[in-house]
Design a protein around this ligand. Structure first.
Ligand code: CP
Length: 310
């Protein structure tokens, strides 16, 4: 496997199974107090956009494995980017200070640019409206853990599917599994990109675009709700056309199968009402927790340490 994680298309089925298996082992390690597997290693977290889950779960993962973290809270403002330093120069320098770099950036393709000059693995923690591959891996882990299998599932991806990077990466990784059906339910001005559909066509994945969320909700095993990405719209007017269009509430959940689950990469901004949280099918907070176990596995793999040691 590539030492960098730049996009979800880089994974094949066997690589994904190996990550899921390592994440299961890491969940046990975390539950039994952690390990010193990555003692002496340093992870740099370099976030040019805000984050709660991705940054904290990576930092928690590194700490639980005995490693150390160097970090800037807001790299656009508090790194020398504000003085005009290029991303390439920043990465060249940080890769001499750390053993792995976890980076979130506002530009599509930034992680690939960083990897081009880095001497250490780059883990893409989100590049603009492009991809969020490590989120897709924790999403797979969650689906397998909650439903027992990824093969054969029917999943609805709902909301802003143009700017929401997590659905792009999730669609790409799901293409490795058998008999998966994807329903894309999006406002007219934020459809799933053509490039994602072309990839699914190439891989023979069944998918539909359907605007009626109530119909879709009754059919699927996973309802993957997403936030309308206000910060990425060209205008307030365009944002308002998409905002509030699809809401998961108790009435919608009542239509869903008893065995189905609701996921969301979070943060949410009103598109799942809090009354849904008590429903056992609401899996989004368990999903966020799984990020730690999957990222423990990814860090161990990136740093060439696959065996737990105390
Ligand atoms: N899911 C996710 O990427 O959340 P954060 O923006 O909080 O990292």
């Amino acid at each position: 496997m590539d030492r960098h994680i730049l996009g979800a298309k880089q994974f094949d089925r066997s690589g994904l199974e190996s990550i899921l298996s390592a994440a299961r082992a890491m969940e046990q390690v975390a539950r039994s107090g952690g390990s010193q597997l990555l003692a002496g290693k340093i992870m740099a977290s370099l976030f040019f956009e805000p984050s709660t889950r991705t940054r904290f779960s990576f930092e928690s993962a590194m700490t639980r494995l005995g490693g150390q973290v160097i970090s800037t809270e807001n790299a656009s403002q508090f790194s020398s980017a504000i003085k005009g330093e290029t991303l390439e120069d920043t990465i060249r320098v940080i890769s001499s200070y750390a053993d792995v770099i976890v980076m979130r950036h506002y530009e599509i393709g930034a992680a690939a640019r960083a990897a081009h000059v880095s001497t250490v693995p780059i883990l893409n923690a989100g590049d603009g409206a492009g991809e969020h591959p490590t989120q897709a891996l924790l999403d797979l882990y969650t689906i397998e853990k909650e439903l027992g299998s990824i093969d054969g599932i029917s999943i609805a991806m709902v909301g802003d599917l143009t700017y929401g990077r997590t659905v792009h990466s999730l669609a790409y990784v799901l293409a490795n599994f058998r008999d998966v059906t994807i329903w894309f339910t999006a406002p007219e001005n934020t459809p799933i990109p053509q490039t994602v559909k072309e990839y699914l066509d190439e891989k023979g994945v069944r998918y539909y675009e359907e605007s009626d969320l109530r119909q879709v909700a009754e059919r699927v095993d996973v309802l993957y709700q997403t936030r309308v990405q206000k910060e990425r719209f060209p205008s307030q007017e365009e944002y308002e056309k998409a905002a509030g269009r699809y809401i998961v509430d108790k009435e919608l959940m009542d239509r869903m199968k008893r065995t189905s689950i609701v996921m969301h990469p979070l943060p949410r901004a009103g598109e799942i009402t809090p009354e849904c949280d008590a429903d056992p099918r609401a899996a989004y907070f368990r999903q966020a927790e799984n990020g730690v176990y999957v990222r423990m596995a990814l860090l161990a793999q990136a740093l060439g340490e696959n065996q737990a040691k105390e």
